[in-house]
Design a protein around this ligand. Structure first.
Ligand code: FE
Length: 132
């Protein structure tokens, strides 16, 4: 059953609620997953859907976790976002509709050329089990 906004408030931290449900942005260089370099999966902090993989993570210098591709195709929905007088592309979790960040065209040219600029608080890291 889809959660209503009161449910989300109860489930998420105030910071997560502000960003995931109200399209906020965390302060650059504040996120705990910015420097995460272990192999693993990055899941939606709101619903647990698999979104990004460490395979595509790169150091963009922007201060937000950056990926040049989606980990699981179709997991992330792209939407035009014309707020704040800017023409940007918003990245949203397809499963739960939560805001994740934005997509820019200045990613690595030898890969996709895309930069998925994602708020760390919108993600949960699931390190790959090295024993398997
Ligand atoms: Fe989600």
């Amino acid at each position: 059953m889809p959660l209503n906004e009161e449910d989300w408030k109860a489930k998420l931290t105030p910071e997560q609620y502000r960003i995931l449900r109200q399209k906020g942005t965390e302060a650059p260089f504040s996120g705990k997953l910015l420097s995460e370099k272990r192999p693993g999966l990055f899941k939606c902090a709101a619903c647990g859907a698999e979104l990004f993989s460490s395979e595509h993570k790169f150091e963009s210098g922007s201060g937000w976790p950056s990926f040049y591709d989606i980990g699981k195709s179709d997991a992330v929905k792209l939407k035009d976002d014309n707020s704040h007088g800017l023409m940007r592309v918003e990245a949203v979790c397809r499963n739960c509709g939560s805001h994740l960040g934005h997509v820019f065209d200045d990613g690595p040219a030898d890969k996709t050329g895309k930069r998925y600029c994602i708020n760390s608080v919108c993600l949960e890291f699931d390190p790959k089990d090295q024993s398997k």
